[in-house]
Design a protein around this ligand. Structure first.
Ligand SMILES: [Zn+2]
Ligand SMILES: [Zn+2]
Length: 362
């Protein structure tokens, strides 16, 4: 029987606090777990929401949920990956509820406990500071560390020639934007789309809209540098205010999470158009006129993680990456793992779209 191993992890001690690098000990994988030696992890907006205590995340905690690495050990019931496989990590789901059976694990009935709370199941290993159990298993991974314990459902095998540091963000931010366009909205060739917010999710939606053959692709953001990047990726028009854009849209994707923008978004939908809500919305809301939705056959749909199954969708995205249609390197800036705090600051200031920290292994 394998014993615990020493790992290095970035721990947030209390809500809103900084990252402290610590050496901790990690249990061997339980029967359905997979130990992954991490090579990279993207930083996602949800990490900041969890760090700040706005979700029911346990502290002290190890965040990080866009991990990528190499399988180090597998539990006795794992048969879809083996030691040495290169893998990307995604969000966690129960595998047993109706949504999971329908290949819609983003709507798993256990989404909140398994992702934001890091709840573990009987027989699953954890991470320890002496005899104190540290909050981990966030999104079924907690990947701001040298090693993570992940699961059957959220470990996706990829070819060993692919760059782990560039593809790490596929497992959350990129699949959220691309999945919203390609699967939830199923944008058809020639259709029009407006995308609110040009962060990693919004820019992934732009790349996916180009892949889908959309006609008009309008991107709205306050940062001029991000609008430039959006045009490089295929946006046909950009601006800082949807209200001042001419015409109506078949699809609108809101990635901003700002409720005050949604009233205008509904008015900018064409007949039978759909507004996809992808942002991290605060509680409370905005006034939307029901008659404006009813009379034109408009729809509003909430979207978690793009509405995709990572086991099916990540391989599809990798196909686009290999074809040069998903130029993720334009979004990414690499940081050493030790520079995690600076990487967060660059994301929060808007300077970097998608920071990725890279772990050193001797
Ligand atoms: Zn489920
Ligand atoms: Zn995320």
């Amino acid at each position: 029987m394998m014993g615990r191993i020493a790992i290095r992890a970035a721990v947030v001690q209390t809500a809103g606090g900084p990252f402290h690098f610590e050496t901790l000990s990690m249990d061997p994988p339980g029967p359905d777990q997979i130990c992954v030696r991490l090579h990279a992890c993207g930083i996602c907006h949800t990490d900041m929401v969890m760090r700040d205590g706005a979700l029911p995340t346990p502290f002290p905690v190890i965040l990080g949920h866009e991990g990528a690495g190499v399988v180090d050990a597998v539990g006795s019931a794992i048969d879809h990956v083996t030691v040495g496989d290169h893998v990307l990590l995604s969000f966690h789901s129960c595998g047993a509820c109706r949504a999971c059976h329908d290949h819609q694990p983003g709507y798993c009935v256990e989404f909140v406990p398994r992702n934001f709370m890091g709840v573990t199941q009987a027989g699953e290993g954890g991470i320890w500071r002496g005899d104190q159990r540290i909050g981990s298993n966030i999104f079924g991974q907690s990947a701001f560390a040298t090693h993570a314990l992940a699961h059957r459902d959220n470990v996706v095998r990829i070819a060993p020639d692919l760059p782990l540091d560039i593809l790490a963000p596929l497992g959350c931010g990129i699949q959220t934007g691309a999945g919203t366009v390609l699967e939830t909205l199923n944008v058809a060739p020639g259709q029009s789309i407006a995308i609110l917010g040009a962060g990693a999710v919004g820019l992934s939606a732009v790349m996916a809209a180009v892949i889908a053959g959309a006609g008009r692709i309008v991107v709205i953001d306050r940062h001029a540098s991000r609008l430039n990047l959006a045009r490089t990726l295929g946006a046909t028009e950009t601006g800082d205010d949807l209200a001042s854009v001419e015409g109506l849209f078949d699809h609108i994707v809101d990635t901003t999470g700002v409720p005050a923008l949604l009233g205008v978004a509904v008015e900018k939908l064409a007949q039978r158009g759909t507004l996809a809500l992808v942002g991290a919305y605060p509680p409370g809301g905005c006034a939307i006129d029901p008659s404006a939705i009813m009379s034109m056959g408009r729809r509003i749909v909430g979207v978690v993680e793009g509405g995709i199954d990572p086991q099916r969708f990540i391989p599809r995205l990798i196909g686009y990456y290999r074809d040069g249609r998903l130029p993720l390197e334009k979004l990414i800036q690499r940081y050493a793992f030790d520079e995690l705090q600076a990487a967060f600051a660059a994301s929060e200031s808007g300077d970097v779209v998608k920071p990725v920290v890279v772990m050193d292994h001797p």
